[in-house]
Design a protein around this ligand. Structure first.
Ligand SMILES: [Zn+2]
Length: 290
């Protein structure tokens, strides 16, 4: 883990305040992003992180220390390690919480959707729909910096899992969307929800896209070899991954089977993933090498 290096890093308009919640599933911890126009007071916080009083006070202090006032809180998605502190940060700052999922919204004008622009002072952040990790996942473009905040859609290290309400087909389309944007806008940085910022967006996205295709081919090979259970497929495919992560890998295999089922590509006699055992109870978003 290299957490200390991430804290305080960023771009001209975005700065990371690292939350103290490192784990297998959150890498160094959650990256809370403080965003604003240089020299201007109003600021946006993206992903307050977990409900950790010390962290939330540190976010507020970081804003004050930079001469900023937190005007809006935005969520990349509803997972607890990103959203858990939103309500408390809203209470500390008076800022509304803008989210795709109505259950996470708080305050006036709190709806958020693809194509929206969120403004604070002269700073503008554009919402890019990137469902897949979860149904409510968005990325946030700071065009002036050539940077995109990717939440758990793209991580600073390793790859992400498809959560129980996610969808692999959506996820692949979201990666393609970001990849196209990287060329269109000449993106210079991806600012992830966990792990260090990525300064080669096109290269990082190409890796993610290739990794997904490779895993899918491996799952198809595992099926062709006669594996008919999640555990069996995981043992066949995830030989390069720490066994401690295998329960989470089952989550991704489930998403891959659902993807194949949607395309009529499951072998006869295999039940749909919905009938297979449920995902792990831990509702966090990421893992290092799924
Ligand atoms: Zn997540």
């Amino acid at each position: 883990m290299t957490g200390a290096g991430i804290d305080g890093s960023g771009t001209a308009r975005a700065r990371c305040v690292l939350a103290p919640n490192p784990s297998l599933m959150t890498l160094d911890g959650t990256n809370t992003w403080l965003i604003g126009e240089p020299g201007s007071e109003p600021a946006i916080v993206v992903d307050p992180g977990p409900d950790d009083e010390g962290h939330l006070r540190r976010v507020r202090a970081a804003a004050a220390g930079a001469g900023r006032r937190i005007e809006k809180i935005v969520l990349t998605h509803g997972h607890e390690d990103h959203s858990g502190g939103a309500r408390r940060l809203a209470a500390l700052t008076g800022a509304p919480v803008l989210a795709v999922d109505p259950a996470h919204r708080l305050g006036a004008a709190a709806a958020l959707g693809p194509g929206d622009a969120v403004r604070a002072g002269g700073c503008e952040v554009r919402v890019i729909g990137t469902p897949g990790h979860t149904a409510d996942s968005v990325s946030l473009l700071i065009e002036a910096d050539g940077a995109v905040l990717t939440g758990d859609t793209v991580l600073g290290r390793g790859t992400t899992v498809i959560a129980s309400d996610g969808n692999l087909g959506d996820y692949l389309r979201s990666l393609d969307r970001l990849r196209a944007l990287a060329d269109e806008l000449g993106l210079r940085a991806l600012l992830p929800g966990h792990g260090p910022l990525l300064t080669e967006p096109a290269q990082a996205l190409d890796y993610y896209i290739a990794h997904r295709a490779e895993r899918l081919a491996q799952v198809e090979a595992a099926l062709a070899a006669g594996n008919r259970t999640l555990a069996g497929i995981v043992a066949h495919v995830y030989t390069d991954v720490d066994r401690a992560l295998w329960p989470f890998a089952e989550w991704s295999v489930r998403a891959q089977l659902a993807y194949l089922a949607e395309r009529g590509a499951l072998p006869p006699g295999l039940e749909l993933p919905g009938a297979l055992p449920g995902p792990p109870a831990q509702p966090l978003g990421v893992q290092q090498q799924d």
